[in-house]
Design a protein around this ligand. Structure first.
Ligand SMILES: [Mg+2]
Length: 381
């Protein structure tokens, strides 16, 4: 398979409402879409979002790396997905997000040529599950804002069938966050409730939190302390914690997963394509987590469109189950780039929404063009 043409779209899509995290306030999704045309005239789409505090990528850096990869990738033969990573590395060091964007578009083309949905291809290739039809994936809903808003959202979305929750903590004093967590845990008793501090707590506060009665009903606590703390601090937290410890910013791929398994320093990880460098490495990471009986949370950056949501969900459908849920972030966007956006049904994503061959989402060019970030233009190469 050869690439004959590529168009890169730098997008900015406003969120329905700003999302406050411990170290940033996100008002819009800054994301890059890539459309590749192959030598048979098919189109394949990829996406990666910026994440200055997680991957170091800004819109400019991501655009530059995607353009560089695509320009050099046009002379390559893209026959075997298991060779993609090797070819990427022969073109560009690092830059996991740009590689993820390119890989997604290539996998979309490859699986369209094979007339198979991406999730089914991943399942067959990796002999991942014997289930005939994958179970719906539970979607994780974020909670934040004023206590009144959190309570109203929790009630509204629970009535719609959501059973997985993530409470953002770390921007208020610890005692306040502990109060919120206890109140929401009581309200949502029996559901899978997690917190995410995006690395905002000190080790002492994280231990205090994890030993507290207020946090005792949580299914896991994600990235409480900064990723650049020494491994010994993560081991200390894990040993003292009374609840499972999840990691996100600390885990970019297999290297860190193996390091933290070796150190017995976590109970599970959040996998994002922009960190792992794409779907294929994320599947490998998920396989290792599963084999070690560790929790898996699939996640999109806040926020990515249905395209990235579909590629990430493909891993979940291939695996068969995602006990820590899937943070599908297109639900926070004011609009999506396709006519049929991925939507929650009873708080879950159904595999029927990804029945087409390829990744399963076809962006509409007019919608994509309408979302181009101010001051930017599409790039053709
Ligand atoms: Mg996180």
């Amino acid at each position: 398979m050869k690439i004959t043409q590529a168009t890169i779209y730098p997008l900015s899509i406003p969120l329905i409402e700003p999302i406050k995290m411990s170290r940033e306030l996100v008002r819009d999704a800054k994301t890059v879409l890539l459309c590749l045309t192959d030598d048979e005239g098919r189109q394949g789409w990829g996406e990666a979002s910026v994440a200055p505090l997680m991957t170091g990528e800004t819109l400019d850096s991501l655009l530059g790396s995607v353009k560089y990869l695509v320009e050099h990738g046009k002379s390559c033969e893209w026959a075997e997905p298991n060779k993609f990573a090797e070819i990427f590395s022969s073109i560009l060091y690092g830059n996991a997000s740009a590689k993820s964007c390119f890989e997604m578009a290539l996998l979309d083309l490859f699986t369209q040529r094979q007339s198979i949905p991406l999730w089914k291809y991943l399942r067959l290739e990796n002999k991942l599950s014997n289930l005939a039809e994958p179970k719906p994936i539970p979607l994780l809903r974020m909670l934040g804002g004023s206590p009144e808003k959190e309570i109203a959202d929790a009630k509204e979305y629970r009535a719609l069938g959501f059973k997985h929750w993530k409470i953002k903590i770390g921007s208020l004093p610890l005692a306040k966050d502990m109060e919120r967590v206890a109140m929401l845990s009581d309200l949502l008793d029996g559901d899978v409730i997690s917190v995410d501090a995006n690395g905002a707590l000190s080790l002492a506060d994280a231990i205090r939190f994890c030993e507290s009665k207020q946090a005792s009903k949580l299914s896991f606590a994600e990235q409480l302390v900064p990723a650049d703390l020494p491994l010994s601090d993560f081991i200390a937290l894990k040993q003292k914690s009374l609840i499972p410890i999840g990691l996100d910013e600390s885990i970019h791929g297999l290297v860190e997963i193996e390091e933290f398994i070796q150190a017995q320093a976590f109970d599970g990880a959040s996998l994002k394509l922009i960190k792992t460098g794409g779907v294929l490495e994320a599947v490998e990471a998920a396989k290792v987590l599963k084999a070690n009986h560790l929790g898996i949370n699939l996640a999109c950056k806040i926020a990515e469109t249905s395209l990235s949501g579909a590629a990430t969900a493909a891993i979940g459908f291939a695996l068969g189950e995602i006990p820590w849920g899937f943070s599908m972030s297109n639900q926070y966007l004011q609009f999506d780039i396709c006519a049929q956006a991925l939507t929650a049904k009873e708080g879950h994503l159904d595999v029927a929404q990804l029945s087409d061959s390829g990744v399963g989402i076809k962006p509409e060019e007019s919608r994509v063009k309408d979302a181009i970030a101010k001051g930017y233009a599409l790039i053709q190469c």
